[in-house]
Structure formats: structure tokens, C-alpha cells
Design a protein around this ligand. Sequence first.
Ligand code: HEC
Ligand code: HEC
Ligand code: HEC
Ligand code: HEC
Ligand code: HEC
Length: 370
Amino acid sequence: MRQIIISLLLLVSITQAKYMDNHSCKECHEKIYEEYQSSFHAKGYFKSILHRKIADKVSTKTYECARCHMPMADNMDALISGEARPDNSNKTHTDAVSCYFCHTIAYVQKSHSFNVNIKAKQAKGYKPTLYGRLRDADESDKHSSTSNNPIYAKKVCTGCHSHKLNDNNVTIFRAMGKNQDSLGCIRCHMPKVSGGVEKTNKKARITHVSHQFLGIHDEVFRKTGVDMNISIDNGKLHVMLMNKMEHPLIIQPARAKYLKIEIQRGKKIIWKNYNISPKEDAQGYFAYAFKQEYKDVVIPAHATKGEVYNLEAKEIKHLSYDIPKLQKNDKVTVGLYVRLAKSDCTKVIDLDYASLTKEQRIKKVVFKQD
Ligand code: HEC
Ligand code: HEC
Ligand code: HEC
Ligand code: HEC
Ligand code: HEC
């Protein structure tokens, strides 16, 4: 009898301390689960081709990207040291930036090369406590809650999105300032949408925060990041760009965002801001550039130098172009575009997925001379 009780207790402590995978949340948080599944947080090594190709190019042995792209991995140290590779049959690998991971971040330790997420300790034998900001959260059979946890909302995005430097102290990406919290990130990327927080909805809530995490991939959402105005005088075209986001326009080294300007007279294009590559227009081409000693390199992991031409958070830039004198009915089109994987990057990793390599419009403004 004693034996049975002991083994039962053991079983309880093992099962309770177990990881709750993404799918297990669906039972009660169905809407949130579905939104999340469509988000890029759900992608990671196995579903994001761009990430996987670059990761394999950087190193076929070690996978240190796991820290942020596969943060729930149950063999993190082995992945980073190269003793193990991403495993398609391991839930803690395929779950990518998982529900459970985000909702158990206790605090974030700031650090020079990249910040570190510190997980909340879960008491063995009890159901896990998930952090959130609901007021007066209801009890649940599967987990406890921490009502209105402020640490959670202020820190939750800073562990992965803040910045990353490579071993040579070169910045690979940066989205946040040193003392920036994540309330702004949540306001824009997790707006309130209709529908209760969970199925039973005993608290009769009418909204929940969206877990789609819309970003550069969404055609409607991405129009809202930058304001663009144009004016023309004395043979000059003035373009004003205002970044309304609380992060730079470029926060990812694979990306290029750039202006494409055309003046059309009748059926003919009579002027463009570049001929072949948007890079020709230095003032309208936003991207990172890396060097290893004196050689240009695309993959930033081993770069010894790096620079970025950017539109910083809340920055306004005034660009101006010498253009031909306009005639009646001439049409000036100014478009802001993105390439999710810029062309030099595509070559290095043999990427031929059109959705990643083709240019996609963020927004455009048209002026017609009268
Ligand atoms: C410190 C955290 C961190 C580490 C470590 C990290 N990343 Fe990322 N990565 C991010 C974040 C945050 C984003 C989202 C930023 C964005 O999309 O602009 C991202 C986005 C990306 C993207 C763009 C994804 C897309 O769908 O367009 C690629 C590619 C990428 N990372 C590759 C890598 C590779 C390869 C490694 C390992 C060598 C790595 N990252 C390590 C945090 C990290
Ligand atoms: C058996 C049902 C059930 C399951 C399974 C479940 N939850 Fe919950 N969860 C609830 C209930 C009930 C609430 C309270 C809702 C309310 O107050 O309106 C809740 C609230 C939450 C909150 C808000 C906590 C707060 O303090 O603000 C978070 C975050 C959360 N759940 C995350 C998750 C995640 C992540 C999973 C999967 C790993 C999950 N839940 C699985 C029932 C469940
Ligand atoms: C555990 C690390 C981690 C945390 C914490 C995290 N993210 Fe991410 N985020 C990523 C990674 C990695 C990607 C890139 C995924 C990919 O493309 O494969 C990403 C991508 C994104 C994107 C880009 C979506 C797109 O389609 O362009 C947005 C927006 C985003 N995250 C917002 C947030 C917000 C807001 C928070 C805080 C509530 C947050 N993230 C917390 C790791 C994280
Ligand atoms: C004022 C609204 C706003 C705020 C605040 C904001 N973002 Fe964004 N973010 C956007 C929009 C709009 C886009 C898509 C347009 C673009 O990337 O040019 C975007 C894009 C992104 C991307 C994808 C960019 C890419 O090229 O891959 C990530 C990652 C991201 N945001 C994370 C964050 C994080 C982290 C915070 C908090 C520091 C934050 N955002 C704050 C509006 C916002
Ligand atoms: C990238 C981090 C991140 C991931 C991944 C994530 N959440 Fe959340 N979640 C948040 C943040 C941040 C909030 C609270 C926003 C606020 O109210 O300030 C939140 C809020 C919630 C809430 C409370 C609802 C509300 O309106 O406040 C529930 C329930 C929840 N999440 C469940 C889930 C489930 C289930 C998953 C996976 C299917 C998931 N979360 C994945 C960051 C995340």
C-alpha cells in the first residue's frame, strides 16, 4: 500500500512539473490558440524556411539560435554546444516561442550581447502558475494565475527582441533601447479583439488580446508603421518619412526596406530613383551591412564590423531628389517596399521562395501634377 502511495506521489510530481505544450492550451483558450498558430512565434526552425536556411548556413553543428527561436527546448545546452540537433518529434522544439514559455518569464536579466529570460520556478507537485495581466483572473483546473502581474507586461518582450551582438561585439539586430519596456510593443502588436479569454468565460469578458502578433508579414498592418508625405517645388521632390513605431524601421539583418520612386508621363516612365538595384539610392535604402576584415559578408555571425542605415524609432527624415520639371498630368509614385530576404542574402542561402525574395509593398503615395 505504502509503495503504491509513494509511486502515486512520484507520478503526480512528475506529471505536474511537466511542460504544458501549445496544443494543451487549445482546450480552454481556443481563439487565442488559433491566432497564435498563424503568428510567426509559432514557426521556429521547422516552419520558418528563412530561419532554418540561415541557421544551417551559420553552423550545421551548433544551434545557439535556440535561445530565442526554440526557448522551451528541454536540451538547450546540448543544442547550443552541438551535441544535439533540432528534433521534429520533440514538442519542446516544434513549439517554437511557446505559450508556456512566454507566460512563465519571471524577469529578464539585462546583458551586453543579448538579454536573458529567467523563468519562474514552478513548485513540483502543483499545477504551474502562468503570468498574465487579467484583472481578477478566474481559477483553472490546469494552471494557477497571477492576477495583473506588472513585471510580466513590462519585461515580456525584452528578453528576445531587445538586441543581439555577435562574438566580435558587432550588433546583429536591435529593436529596443536599454531601458525600454514592453508595454508599447503589446499596445501595437497585441490589440484587444472581441471574444472572451477562454471558452467557459465565467467572468463574462468580452475581449482578449490578439495573439496573431501581426508585423511586417501582414499587408494591412504594415501600412501603419511609417507616415509618408511628398511635396514638389523647384525641380525637387521632397519625401518626408516618419517612423511611428517604437523601434527602428530595420530590426532584422536579412531585411531591406527601401523607396521606389517613379515619374510617369503618358505611358512612359521618365525618371526613377534607381535603375537596377534599390541600393543605388543611398538615402532611400534601409538595411544592415557587414564586413569581415575588409570583405563584405552577408551572414553576420562572424562579421568584424557592421553598420546600419536606419529610420530610428519616432525619427523623421527629409529626403530630397532632383527630378525633371513636371508637366500637366505627370504622375509621381513613391512606394516603400520590403524584401524579407534581401537579394545578397538570398544568393548565399539558395533561397528561391518567391514570397521571401520578391519585393512587397508596404505603402505608396501618388501625386498628380495639375
Ligand atoms: C537574442 C535572441 C535571438 C537569437 C539568439 C537569435 N535570434 Fe533570430 N530573431 C530574433 C527575434 C526577436 C526575431 C524577430 C525580429 C524580426 O522579425 O525583425 C528574429 C528573427 C529572425 C529571422 C527573420 C525571420 C523571418 O521569418 O523573416 C531570421 C532569419 C533569424 N532570426 C535568424 C536567426 C539565426 C540563424 C540565429 C542563430 C544563428 C538567430 N536568429 C538567433 C531573436 C533572436
Ligand atoms: C482547463 C482549462 C484551461 C487550460 C487547459 C488552460 N487555461 Fe489558461 N486559463 C483558464 C481560465 C479559466 C483562466 C481565467 C480566465 C478568466 O479569468 O477570464 C485562464 C487564464 C489564463 C491566463 C491569464 C492569467 C492572468 O493572470 O492574467 C493565461 C496567461 C493563461 N490562462 C495561459 C494559458 C496557457 C499558456 C495555457 C496552455 C499552456 C493555458 N492557459 C491552458 C483555463 C485554462
Ligand atoms: C522567447 C523569445 C521571444 C519573446 C519573449 C518574444 N518574441 Fe517576438 N519573436 C521572436 C522570434 C524568434 C521571432 C521571429 C520568428 C520567425 O520569424 O521565425 C519573433 C517575431 C515577432 C514579430 C514579427 C512578426 C512578423 O510577422 O513580422 C513580432 C511583431 C513580435 N515577435 C512581437 C513580440 C512581442 C510584442 C513580444 C512581447 C509580448 C514578443 N514578440 C516576445 C521571439 C520572441
Ligand atoms: C506604434 C505601433 C508599434 C509599436 C509601439 C511597436 N511596433 Fe513593432 N511594428 C509595428 C508595425 C506597424 C510593424 C510593421 C511595419 C514594419 O516593420 O515596417 C512592426 C514590425 C515589427 C516587427 C517585424 C519587423 C521586421 O522587419 O521583421 C517586430 C519584430 C516588431 N515590430 C516588434 C516590436 C517590439 C518588440 C516592440 C516594442 C519595443 C514593438 N514592435 C513596438 C508597430 C509597432
Ligand atoms: C510572445 C509571448 C506570448 C506568447 C507566445 C503567448 N502569449 Fe499569451 N499573452 C502575452 C501577453 C504579453 C499577454 C498580456 C497582454 C496584456 O494584457 O498586457 C498575454 C495574454 C494572454 C491571456 C490573457 C488574455 C488577455 O486578454 O489578457 C491568455 C489567456 C493567454 N495570453 C494565453 C496564451 C496562449 C494559450 C498562448 C499560446 C496559444 C499564448 N498566450 C502565447 C504574451 C504571449
